[in-house]
Design a protein around this ligand. Structure first.
Ligand SMILES: NC(=O)c1ccc[n+]([C@@H]2O[C@H](COP(=O)([O-])OP(=O)(O)OC[C@H]3O[C@@H](n4cnc5c(N)ncnc54)[C@H](OP(=O)(O)O)[C@@H]3O)[C@@H](O)[C@H]2O)c1
Length: 312
């Protein structure tokens, strides 16, 4: 991966890469797939395809109206849970409801993500983009780890962004308090954090039958991009991928056999790709450990210790 491959994020890249793609046709009957932030954009495109493949598809988002629209329009078995995923208390309530309502969770797709031009803080005191893009994923995955292992073979799929190639993690400033706040940099650092966590969860789940994957979708036409990057959205319109093209690798990672033979990798258009373009973004082992400890402290959660000791 180098800077020259950035044009591959467009629909031209998708056209080129997808020439040899086989249609995704796995039968997911009997499986339950949970996907966050799936009332619009890539999440909705992925949820529709996953439901059409036969999975019980659990859509999580915050708008009751949009959730009802998804439930009534999708083909297949789609159920919805309402939660504001910027709030750790709502994620804890959601997990209680999921554990009571879903006997198995075969796939967890951490898709929700926001790029916020202005810095803001949730009612729980966390910087909002950090809360949605990183802390929430950390909490949800740790709290669902036992159910994933009970349902294994199972998978976690984390949706990151190519934007993370420009940033290094700052474990000491996860909430973007130092210096001037820049939405795209805050977003990119959280997305970098997701890639790091993918590797750390892969180590922790090792031997349990749960694999962990990260992917970035390139640039796709969604209301998230239109609202958070209006100029980019306008200039790039003819080159943006459709939501279905952006979601292709999400569905492939969730459904097909091949990716489940691996764990801890970053994928783009169904291929494993490098986690860094620039040396300056590389984190140390100390950074990784600090990231985990800080997230653990801020969310009051950790990976279940008994799963680690059972697997190793
Ligand atoms: N589109 C791209 O080109 C692109 C590129 C790189 C990475 N990504 C990543 O791909 C993922 C999906 O992006 P997208 O462009 O499809 O986003 P999107 O169009 O903004 O859709 C995001 C979804 O998340 C929901 N959501 C937002 N905040 C929420 C919250 N606090 N609680 C619960 N649900 C919430 C939204 O519901 P509401 O309608 O209620 O807000 C919507 O269903 C994100 O992680 C994004 O960072 C996208």
């Amino acid at each position: 991966m180098n800077v020259l491959s950035i044009p591959s994020f467009t629909n031209l890249g998708y056209r080129l890469h997808s020439r040899d793609f086989e249609p995704i046709d796995s039968d997911l009957t009997g499986q339950t797939v949970v996907i966050t932030g799936a009332t619009g954009g890539l999440g909705l495109a992925a949820a529709k395809k996953i439901a059409a493949l036969g999975a019980r598809t659990v859509v999580v988002a915050r708008s009751e109206k949009k959730l009802a629209a998804v439930e009534s329009s999708a083909e297949g078995e789609v159920v919805t849970y309402k939660a504001d995923l910027s709030l750790m208390s709502e994620i804890r309530r959601l997990v209680d409801e999921l554990l009571a309502g879903e006997e198995r969770i075969d796939v967890l797709i951490n898709n929700v993500g926001v790029l916020l031009p202005e810095r803001s803080v949730t009612s729980e005191g966390l910087e909002r983009s950090f809360a949605v893009d990183l802390a929430g994923h950390f909490l949800l995955t740790n709290l669902l780890a036992d159910r994933l292992v009970q349902s294994s073979p199972a998978r976690v799929v984390n949706i990151t962004s190519g934007g993370m190639y420009s940033e290094k993690i700052r474990p000491h400033d996860l909430q973007n308090e130092r210096g001037e706040y820049k939405g795209s940099a805050a977003y990119a650092r959280a997305k970098r954090g997701q890639v790091i966590l993918t590797g750390m969860w892969a180590e922790r789940f090792h031997g349990t039958g749960v694999t962990v994957h990260a992917m970035h979708p390139g640039w796709a036409k969604t209301s998230g991009v239109a609202n958070s990057l209006p100029t980019f959205n306008k200039l790039m319109q003819p080159l943006l991928r459709t939501p279905e093209e952006g979601a292709d690798t999400i569905v492939w990672l969730a459904a097909e056999e091949e990716p489940a033979k691996t764990s801890g990798l970053l994928w783009f258009d169904r291929e494993p790709v490098a986690e860094h373009i620039f040396d300056r973004t590389r984190e140390s082992a100390k950074d990784r450990a600090e990231l985990w400890d800080r997230l653990s402290e801020l969310t009051g959660s950790d990976f279940p210790e008994h799963l680690r000791s059972a697997a190793h």
